[in-house]
Ligand binder design. Structure first.
Ligand code: PEP
Ligand code: MG
Length: 324
């Protein structure tokens, strides 16, 4: 079976009738780079930079960060690497960084909120990312934004970082800026964000937990955490429509995109850029190669009218048969 799937490594991800989608990789550690290459990922759609920070005993300095990012970027010479700034707090803490004890960490001081409260650390990270951008095709992305002020503040830090590097003699290329749409409130704000950024990335891992009030790491509510819940599909459809209206690229990088049945549904909902776990890439291409876009769109439309995730799941398995 694996050999059969191997043939998909160098093939495009296309439907029967030629609708092409882009399959990039989600990565965290340097070791993920060769895995992404092995599975023929078309670049990196989500580089979770917190992982190198978590694997250390203290904050890595700018040079150390630059060297790590540079190695990732050089791993994809003809493709883009979307680097996400530090996303700590919630379920991810740094042993050497003082994070307050909070009653609701996922609703608390996490992600870009932490970065904006530690400007020097944030600017240092952005400088390291911009330095790595001189070695390839980098996009820069901010997680968990909910307000326009945050987007503007992030852009200000990018401008400062650029200025610092220019003062040091660096020539920094223009790096596209994007924000993650991973809090329900960000969906309605996307029209405003679109005036300030170049692209969006749907982070369904967080979006689902916030939409359905079900902690993504709490097994006692895992049956409430349902990626095919009609409210989740409606939120995704709304984001797709907004991105299209605003003329912005939209990538989806939550785990659900790596699940073949959900992936098919997402293509039907209009998504064309995906960032997935590398080992899932062959199976996603194999499935897509058997389906046509009209069927996918019809199934997605029917799914949108269903009343539960279970019913959506049933609909998908009836429409696409046994998916891997
Ligand atoms: C997400 O929230 O969907 C996401 C891609 O980011 P993370 O899983 O790192 O929170
Ligand atoms: Mg997230």
């Amino acid at each position: 079976h694996q050999e059969e799937l191997e043939q998909f490594k160098t093939r495009d991800a296309v439907t029967v009738n030629g609708t092409k989608v882009t399959l990039r990789a989600n990565i965290g550690l340097l070791s993920d780079v060769s895995i992404a290459q092995q599975f023929g990922a078309e670049g990196v759609g989500l580089y979770r930079t917190e992982l190198p920070y978590m694997a250390r005993a203290s904050f890595p300095d700018r040079k150390t960060q630059y060297e790590i990012y540079r190695r990732v970027v050089e791993g994809f010479p003809s493709q883009s690497v979307t680097v996400r700034t530090l996303d700590i707090g919630g379920d991810k803490s740094l042993p050497y960084f003082d994070t307050p004890r909070e009653l609701n960490p996922f609703l608390g001081w996490r992600s870009v909120r932490v970065s904006l409260d530690h400007r020097d650390m944030f600017r240092t990270q952005i400088e390291a990312i911009l330095m790595a951008a001189t070695h390839g095709n980098v996009k820069l992305m901010f997680p968990m934004v909910t307000t326009l002020d945050e987007v503007l503040a992030c852009k200000m830090v990018v401008a400062e970082a650029k200025q610092n590097l220019m003062n040091e003699g660096w020539t920094i290329p223009d790096v596209p800026l994007g924000v993650m749409i991973e809090v329900p409130g960000a969906i309605a704000m996307a029209t405003h964000f679109a005036k300030e950024v170049d692209f969006f990335a749907l982070g369904t891992n967080d979006l689902i937990q916030y939409l359905l009030a079900a902690d993504r790491g709490n097994s006692s509510v895992s049956h409430y955490y349902d990626s095919l819940h009609p409210a989740v599909l409606a939120a995704i459809a709304q984001t797709v429509a907004t991105a299209k209206r605003c003329g912005k690229n939209l990538c989806i990088c939550g785990e659900m995109a790596s699940d073949p049945a959900s992936f098919a549904l997402l293509v039907g909902l209009g998504l064309r850029e995906f960032s997935v776990s590398s080992p899932s890439i062959f199976a996603l291409k194999a499935l897509l190669s058997k389906l046509d876009i009209k069927t996918l769109q019809n199934v997605a439309e029917q799914a949108m009218a269903e009343s539960s995730g279970a019913r959506v799941r049933k609909l998908i398995s009836e429409a696409f048969g046994q998916v891997p």
